[in-house]
Design a protein around this ligand. Structure first.
Ligand code: AMP
Ligand code: MG
Length: 508
């Protein structure tokens, strides 16, 4: 691998150098060969042969330089003081095969000076959820950490009950969180200028061209964060713990705990059972992103050429960046041009899904079945879009069960929607053909997301030593936009409308 360990050259107050604490008898859980190829991990025989030992903390390759990072943060809206890597280590930084910097971070690697009351470990259950979620987000096209693989061990870890200790080698473009700056501001303010230079030079070098590089950097962080959250909303992802210590400065999804993917559409859905007020509900995410930026930006006022009005200018693009990305994305999901009329249809559609408790992912995908059935069927082979036609039948059956008001609303909406699709495909040149519209919708609406129930089944099997279901989900989520023969009905099945939610808490 092309090692580029640069964090370890920063001021030693920012981290603690230490090796991992080995797990007992680690065993392979899953290995991500696509990530291994991207990192060029697979070109090194020792790394390939000893990956289980490396993830188990038993062997540290010479070129690694493990350290735990200090950071702080606001948790659930309150200042939490010093936090830091309490159970993870930055093991190495490398350039991947596209020349991009990647951090290898081992999560579950034992105690550090920042462990506070914790045991430094991660359990198998949360490790599998993080492994599959990072993979799912990357493959739907959302900026996110991924992982090289994970191991399970005989080290017992106490949560609500005893569980198996596990460790995941997270791969992320950056592990600097908003909370790093909060730590510096509180505990080492003299480092702010140097650390800001490091962030710009390492992650935002293009900002050096701007008249005020720091202001440009801050604006870019604000914009990227807004884009990431818009992408979450579009796919129906709820992070669950958007504390400032869990948000990366690169606008890439980090730190998976009580996350979830939307099933039956409910904007006020709270996936995290420990989030009693719903601060991090699905619909609050955009506002929380703004809140986080608002507590983060003022720390930079200590730097020259940054005053209150500069910071206001940096924050200002947040809302437009979010809205534009979200609204354009909704139109793309519907196969419509980005316009005011399309947005009216989009919000009517969201309301319909909410009112009748429809599955978010399946309902969007069912629209492909609708266009096919109503506008394309006589031009194309009859088995085209069979999965989408079936989703449409399920959707129609659910609306039927909901009653005449539901079917009347649907009738009205689908007529207006199909007219808009027809108009989009017959407007003045160059216009997309109906087939092109449907093909493009199929790349904006995944068939598969990681439903909580899917992860749960894989976890239960893995707990008894069988990782085949983890592997199947890994394969399935590698191509989430394609209908696949390895899928089972449960992969596209939302819970019954009145089913209790699986309890997903912060315990991990
Ligand atoms: P999280 O809610 O997972 O983002 O964690 C918040 C903080 O608690 C971070 O500083 C973590 O490193 C720390 N933490 C979480 N779980 C543990 C644990 N089992 N042992 C030590 N530190 C932990
Ligand atoms: Mg965290």
């Amino acid at each position: 691998m092309n090692y580029q360990n640069s964090y370890v050259r920063l001021d030693p107050r920012l981290y603690h150098r230490q090796p991992p604490t080995p797990l007992d008898n680690p065993k392979a859980g899953h290995f991500n060969s696509a990530v291994a190829a991207r990192l060029e991990w697979d070109k090194d025989e020792t790394l390939m042969a000893r990956w289980v030992e490396i993830l188990g903390g038993q062997y540290v390759p010479e070129d690694f330089s493990p350290l735990s990072m200090a950071y702080a943060g606001h948790q659930f809206g309150q200042w939490a003081g010093q936090l830091g890597d309490g159970r993870g280590l930055l093991m190495a930084q490398v350039l991947d095969n596209t020349g991009k910097l990647q951090d290898l971070h081992l999560k579950g690697s034992g105690l550090t000076p920042y462990s506070r009351m914790g045991d430094g470990r991660a359990v198998l259950r949360s490790t599998i959820r993080e492994y599959l979620c990072g993979h799912a987000l990357n493959n739907v096209g959302i900026a996110s950490s991924d992982a090289l693989g994970f191991v399970v061990s005989e080290t017992p870890v106490r949560r609500e009950r005893m569980e198996q200790g596990a460790a995941l080698m997270r791969v992320a473009d950056c592990h600097i969180r908003l909370g790093h700056i909060e730590w510096i501001a509180s505990f080492a303010p003299d480092l702010l200028a140097e650390f800001t230079d490091y962030m710009i030079d390492t992650y935002y070098p293009e900002c050096r061209q701007a008249a005020n590089p720091v202001a440009e950097f801050l604006t870019q962080v604000v914009t990227r964060t807004a884009h990431m959250i818009a992408d979450w909303q579009l796919i129906g992802f709820a992070h669950g713990v958007m504390n400032t210590d869990n948000l990366s400065i690169t606008g890439s999804t980090l730190d998976f705990g009580p996350f979830g993917f939307m099933e039956r559409f409910n904007p006020s859905w709270i996936n995290n059972h420990s989030d009693h007020t719903g601060r991090y509900s699905y619909q609050n995410q955009p506002a929380i992103g703004h809140w986080n930026m608002n507590v983060w930006l003022p720390h930079f006022m200590r730097l020259p050429n940054i005053d209150r009005s500069t910071l206001a200018d940096c924050l200002e693009p947040y809302e437009t960046a979010f809205m534009t990305r979200y609204q354009q994305g909704l139109c793309r999901k519907l196969g419509l041009p980005f316009s005011r009329d399309s947005m009216v249809l989009a919000f009517e559609w969201l309301t319909l899904m909410e009112d009748y408790n429809l599955d978010y992912t399946n309902s969007f995908r069912a629209l492909i079945g609708l266009i096919y059935k109503e506008l394309l069927a006589d031009q194309t082979a009859s088995d085209s879009y069979a999965h989408e036609q079936q989703l449409l039948q399920i959707l129609l059956a659910e609306l039927n069960t909901a009653g005449t008001e539901a079917t009347t609303e649907w009738q009205g909406w689908q007529t207006r929607y199909l007219n808009a699709i027809k108009a989009a495909s017959t407007a003045e040149a160059p216009v997309p053909s109906l087939t092109e519209i449907v093909e493009s919708m199929a790349t904006a609406n995944p068939v598969y997301i990681l439903r909580n129930g899917m992860a749960q089944t894989a976890i239960e099997q893995a707990t008894s030593g069988d990782f085949a279901e983890v592997d199947r989900l890994y394969q399935l989520l590698s191509s989430p936009y394609q209908v696949q023969p390895i899928a089972t009905p449960a992969d596209t099945q939302p819970p019954a409308p009145d089913a209790p939610m699986l309890p997903i808490s912060c315990s991990s």
